[in-house]
Design a protein around this ligand. Structure first.
Ligand SMILES: *Cc1c(COP(=O)(O)O)cnc(C)c1O
Length: 275
């Protein structure tokens, strides 16, 4: 039962206690410090790596505590969770003068405190595309031409452009989605050329192994692939800059290999009780 936790946690809850608020605040500050250190250790410019809070299983109150502590980008895995939380998040963000995700186009374009990008970082079934497009700016998990075309058709109908990161299965693990590494460049050229989409970069999930070299090789290959695409001059590739790679346990390796977005859940919010 993939979504059993949704039955016993109210994801729309907006009020959390002081102890939980402090845990999350400390978590965000710790992760931001870790990112700054990893940037410095890698000789990278301060601020070149963005923190995306991976918010699956967390409720609106927990997510707002992370935003209050300095998170400026969020990512959800499941359309059902987006449906449960989006209205509460948009309202809470508006109260703080932030705009959130794709909803900003409608009514809060120029929020005083800025825009918080809202990404989908999990798999998207075709019948859920219409559910997420009103809320997310960017879909990080596009691994095939068919998927990209389906999203694009819905985007064109809505008269919007959707950001896309192409997911690449660098580790080759069968449990992971994404295209094959040796097909990534050609697929990026095809996706870049589709109306209704903006190819913004590449995404991968690090190898599930205990070996630094193996994990880093995958990240380094994603960076090389991004460089090839970005330098190609092919139509629709000039914004393909982002490298979304690195999670709680491999964030430092990812920053060392050029990550521009790290997706962090556990190190901010603690262990997940479900899934
Ligand atoms: C859950 C998740 C993350 C964050 O994982 P943590 O190990 O909790 O930091 C990042 N990316 C994706 C795609 C996820 O599903």
């Amino acid at each position: 039962m993939m979504t059993a936790y949704m039955d016993h946690k109210n994801l729309a809850n907006e009020v959390i206690d002081e102890v939980r608020t402090k845990e999350i605040t400390d978590g965000v500050h710790r992760v931001l410090d870790d990112i700054a250190q990893a940037e410095a250790a890698a000789g990278r410019e301060s601020g070149s790596v963005k923190l995306l809070a991976a918010t699956k299983t967390r409720d609106v109150g927990e997510i707002m505590a992370a935003i209050d502590a300095g998170v400026r980008m969020i990512g959800e895995n499941r359309p059902q969770e987006i449906s449960a939380k989006a209205e509460g998040l948009i309202r809470q963000c508006a109260q703080r003068d932030f705009s959130l995700g794709a909803s900003a186009d409608a009514d809060s374009q120029a929020a005083a405190n800025g825009h918080i990008p809202f990404h989908l970082i999990g798999q998207l079934q075709s019948n859920k595309i219409g559910k997420v497009l009103p809320y997310v700016d960017t879909i990080e998990s596009v691994g095939s031409l068919e998927e990209a075309q389906k999203i694009a058709r819905r985007a064109v109908t809505r008269n919007i452009t959707v950001g896309v990161l192409m997911e690449v299965n660098e580790s080759g693990e069968v449990s992971k989605s994404g295209c094959e590494p040796d097909q990534a460049v050609d697929l990026a050229y095809q996706i870049g050329a589709i109306d209704g989409l903006q190819l913004q970069g590449l995404m991968t999930i690090g190898a599930h192994v205990d070996d630094e070299k193996t994990i880093r090789n995958g990240f380094a290959h994603l960076r090389d692939t991004r460089d090839t695409i970005l330098n190609s001059g092919e139509p629709g590739t000039s914004e393909c800059r982002e490298l979304s790679m690195g999670m709680t346990h491999d964030m430092d390796y990812a920053v060392a290999e050029g990550s521009t977005i790290v997706r962090v859940g556990t190190a901010i919010f603690g262990e997940r009780a479900f899934i």
